[in-house]
Design a protein around this ligand. Structure first.
Ligand code: MEV
Length: 442
């Protein structure tokens, strides 16, 4: 059987599906049906989705959900979320409601600087390069002006350009580090285009300037690419209220007085000192963040990569959130870099991403940063609150029960009976199967 092929991308979608079905599936007809079943009936819509990647065969569906009641800086949002984990939206919604009654979420953008690098090798005395850098910089700015003009008109563009001498770490290795403001766009294509122009013009300048000798004219540009680590594209979100207003947290969990708040603060401190816990703690934050990032057509890999590097910025991976009680006031906060956009890229192309942004009132990139951070914080609050009170499985398995029931083909009446039964019982796959088998015997 032919498991390899050349020219696959040139085949039509139907031919690709037929070839895959014939070579990789036990039942080719069923496989073809399976892939084709998820196609949009509207040809035009399908064409848009197919255009996102090479070799698109079908559509992979995830639920587009919403978490209502998010009050952020006094404005109420219903936040769109795309995620497969059953309890995430429920947890975000419950935390949003909880804080709605306690002043809502607060958020501020601390910076919007994005970064890019030109990595190059040059042989010579570093001070010679430093000497010519002001002129080189002016040349790079001038020769990239046509690329940056538009962004500059929108209030952004190139902010600064530095020369970094890294020859102590790698022989002859330097960097041009450029900082940008990309306004409401994520700006990856803009930044990379400008960086590639810098790379070309760096070579041109070094090879032609009369300030260098013939031996100094050799420059090797290795890579021109944005950095996904943008510690100064930063947002802070927080909730706060008098500790006394949180007593019901303890009461609901059968704990005395301020015990729940004390346990939440301790749990967050543990995530600050222990990387094993920090990773799970931050994963909970990204449950919320990624879901909004996906719904709004942003790049969740960029956001994840950046957030995790930021979490390790002092050399140890730590919690992205902090919690404390000061003068009787509980404050829970999240600080996270979020390099995202609300124009360009998929935001306008993907029909549901477009609708997600409309649902949020077509926010600016800064406003979206605050919304996303608030959802990350809500998710973290909900997870830690459950962990230190009831335990996480109660909520998780309650939500997962629906998946198990669907998997076992439960009827509506059976599902209703199971929901009632498992209010009091521990949910597991075998327990639910046992329950259905017993019910079906009657
Ligand atoms: C599960 O997806 C996320 C949690 O593990 C987060 C946490 O432990 O803080 C519940």
């Amino acid at each position: 059987m032919a498991k390899t092929i050349s020219g696959f991308s040139k085949l039509s979608k139907r031919q690709k599906i037929e070839w895959l079905a014939a070579n990789f599936f036990e039942n080719p007809a069923e496989a073809e049906q399976g892939l084709l079943a998820w196609h949009r009936p509207d040809e035009q819509q399908q064409k848009i989705i197919d255009g996102f990647t090479e070799n698109a065969l079908s559509n992979y569906t995830l639920p587009f959900s919403v978490a209502p009641n998010f009050m952020i800086n006094g404005k109420v949002y219903a936040v769109p979320m795309v995620i497969e984990e059953s309890s995430v939206v429920a947890a975000a919604s419950s935390a949003a409601k909880f804080w709605l009654d306690r002043g809502g979420f607060h958020a501020e953008v601390l910076g919007t600087v994005k970064l890019g690098q030109v990595h190059f090798r040059w042989v010579g005395k570093p001070e010679r390069l430093r000497q010519i850098f002001p002129e080189l910089k002016a040349h790079l700015i001038a020769t990239s002006a046509e690329l940056t003009a538009n962004m500059q008109q929108r209030g952004g563009g190139l902010l600064d350009l530095e020369l970094l001498d890294l020859t102590q770490l790698e022989p002859d290795y330097y960097q041009l580090r450029a900082s940008f403001d990309t306004c409401d766009s994520m700006g990856a294509n803009f930044i990379n285009s400008v960086l590639e122009r810098f790379g070309d013009q760096l070579e041109f300048f070094i090879e032609t300037t009369n300030q260098l000798t013939d031996q100094e004219r050799d420059v090797e540009v290795l890579m021109c690419i944005l950095s996904n680590y943008t510690p100064n594209c930063l947002v802070r979100a927080w909730v706060e209220c008098p500790e006394a207003e949180l007593e019901d947290l303890a009461r609901d969990a059968g704990l005395p007085g301020h015990a729940a708040v004390d346990r939440i603060c301790t749990a967050v401190r543990i995530a600050t000192i222990d990387p094993y816990r920090a990773t799970t703690h931050n994963k909970g934050i990204f449950n919320g963040i990624d879901a909004v990032i996906l719904a709004t057509g942003n790049d969740f890999r960029a956001v994840e990569a950046c957030g995790h590097t930021y979490a390790a910025r002092d050399g140890q991976y730590r919690s992205l959130s902090r919690a404390r009680v000061e003068n009787g006031v509980f404050r829970f906060e999240l600080e996270i870099p979020l390099p995202i956009g609300t124009v360009g890229g998929l935001t306008a192309l993907h029909p549901l991403a477009k609708q997600a942004l409309e649902l949020l009132g077509n926010p600016s990139a800064k406003e979206l940063m605050m919304i996303v951070a608030a959802v990350g914080l809500a998710q973290n609050f909900a997870a830690v609150r459950s962990l230190v009170t009831t335990g996480i499985q109660q909520g998780h398995m309650k939500m997962h029960l629906t998946n198990i029931l669907n998997h076992l083909g439960a009827t509506e009446a059976e599902a209703e009976a199971a929901q009632a039964h498992f209010c009091r019982e521990t949910v597991s796959f075998s327990a639910v199967r046992g329950f259905l088998e017993a019910a079906r015997k009657f």
